[in-house]
Design a protein around this ligand. Structure first.
Ligand code: NI
Length: 162
């Protein structure tokens, strides 16, 4: 099982590099990521979270099929924003309200190497934006106020010591 890196690991702060080849190795890796994601009861997981600094992530929302986004670009964000509670497998068992655009359009390649564009709203738009942030070294705590971030990080560190 792939090991998920936790808050404090420097890799999580780094910008990931574009994927060069969408091949069998990458396909198998996305399957392993989906397994790690599900075993942690997550709905999304980005490659940097398992120590692979490349631009791809996986997600699966509710009864939807699993989705793979390789070299994604968010090409449109809605002007209206919504507040939604987020968590992260790299910051287990802690959640906070984060404000983000309610809808987005994303362009990416799937695991078969086919390009696609997807318009997403609701929880899918939320997961995509959260995972996309991971590719740029951004965690959801970085989107909170200074006070909220400090409080959450303190809670995380306290739990890690227990
Ligand atoms: Ni996350």
């Amino acid at each position: 099982m792939l090991k998920i890196l936790l808050l404090g690991n420097e890799t999580l702060k780094k910008t990931a590099e574009p994927v060069k080849d969408i091949d069998q190795d990458l396909r198998e890796y996305t399957q392993q990521m989906l397994r790690a994601m599900k075993s942690g009861r997550g709905i999304g997981l980005a490659a940097p979270q398992v120590g692979r600094l490349e631009r791809f992530f996986v997600c699966q929302v509710e009864d939807d099929e699993p989705r793979v986004f390789i070299n994604p670009e968010i090409i449109r964000t809605s002007p209206d924003e919504v507040i939604y509670e987020e968590g992260c497998l790299s910051i287990p068992n802690l959640w906070a309200n984060v404000k983000r655009p309610s809808a987005i359009s994303i362009q990416a390649w799937n695991e078969k190497g086919r390009p696609f564009t997807l318009d997403a709203e609701g929880i899918l738009a939320r997961v995509i934006q959260h995972e996309f942030d991971h590719l740029n070294g951004i965690l959801f705590v970085d989107r909170l106020s200074e006070t909220q971030r400090k409080r959450l990080i303190e809670q995380f560190e306290k739990r890690m010591r227990m």
